[in-house]
Write a protein that binds this ligand. Structure first.
Ligand SMILES: Nc1ncnc2c1ncn2[C@@H]1O[C@H](COP(=O)(O)OP(=O)(O)O)[C@@H](O)[C@H]1O
Ligand SMILES: Nc1ccn([C@@H]2O[C@H](COP(=O)(O)O)[C@@H](O)[C@H]2O)c(=O)n1
Length: 211
């Protein structure tokens, strides 16, 4: 009989180490039992907009995400059905043409800046984490990552951070910390927190197997 998956939410500011934490947890399970979904993959499609319009979008506002599609996909996976996960193209600020076929799994890790902001998503999660990293560390990490991996310049990262990312973080992300079951300081290399998470997920999986 099909069992509903365990959904683990990993939230936190940009550059906090969410992806690193999520990947560390992911690595502790056999590939056929776990999958990762990034909320970034569900940024709204902007293929119909010219580049100059895409550059004006506020990517740190809840309305930038297609949470309806994300929720539909999580529901389908919970029903044991597969989905086609979108792929996000950061340099072009829109969805890529390809999609990734995703099969249902026992554990789903949902990672993203705004996943605790939407109560419909919160209600679907079994465990909620907030990765809490000081803003100076987050901007340094983001600078390096966005230049090396997302096709950005130093000036564009600094300008976006001061005008949009920082104020939106204070308005929409930081307040969602209150919904977390666990707050993980510093993120990716916090092995104690990661081991605790892995143990907890295994305990839930074992108790589900007994039902
Ligand atoms: N604890 C850490 N110490 C140093 N660098 C880290 C740590 N956690 C993550 N990083 C690095 O910081 C960058 C951003 O981390 P990432 O996990 O992608 O953050 P997020 O998903 O929250 O934006 C990556 O290059 C990652 O390797
Ligand atoms: N076209 C885009 C889309 C998103 N961003 C930024 O990504 C950040 C979220 O991703 P993390 O991996 O850092 O959590 C978010 O703060 C957006 O500003 C972008 O720059 N361009």
């Amino acid at each position: 009989m099909h069992k509903k998956p365990i959904i683990i939410g990993v939230a936190g500011g940009s550059g906090s180490g969410k992806t690193t934490v999520a990947k560390e947890v992911y690595r502790q399970f056999p590939e056929q039992s776990i999958l990762m979904i990034e909320q970034d993959a569900y940024y709204k499609d902007q293929a119909h907009l010219p580049m100059e319009e895409r550059l004006k979008t506020n990517y740190d506002h809840p309305l930038a995400f297609d949470n309806d599609l994300l929720i539909r996909h999580l529901q389908k996976l919970s029903e044991g059905k597969s989905v086609e996960k979108p792929v996000y193209d950061y340099p072009n600020h829109t969805r890529a043409e390809e999609v990734i076929p995703v099969e249902p799994r026992d554990v789903i890790i949902l990672e993203g800046i705004m996943i605790l902001e939407d109560d419909r998503l919160r209600d679907m999660m079994d465990i909620k984490l907030f990765v809490d990293t000081d803003s100076d560390m987050r901007i340094i990490r983001r600078l390096l990552r966005d230049i090396n991996e997302r096709g950005r310049t130093i000036d564009s990262v600094i300008d976006q951070y001061t005008s949009v990312v920082r104020p939106m973080h204070l308005q929409f992300i930081e307040p969602t910390k209150r919904y977390a079951d666990i707050i993980v300081p510093e993120g990716g290399h916090n092995h104690v927190a990661i081991d605790l998470m892995v143990t907890k997920i295994k305990t839930i999986l074992e108790s589900k197997a007994m039902l």
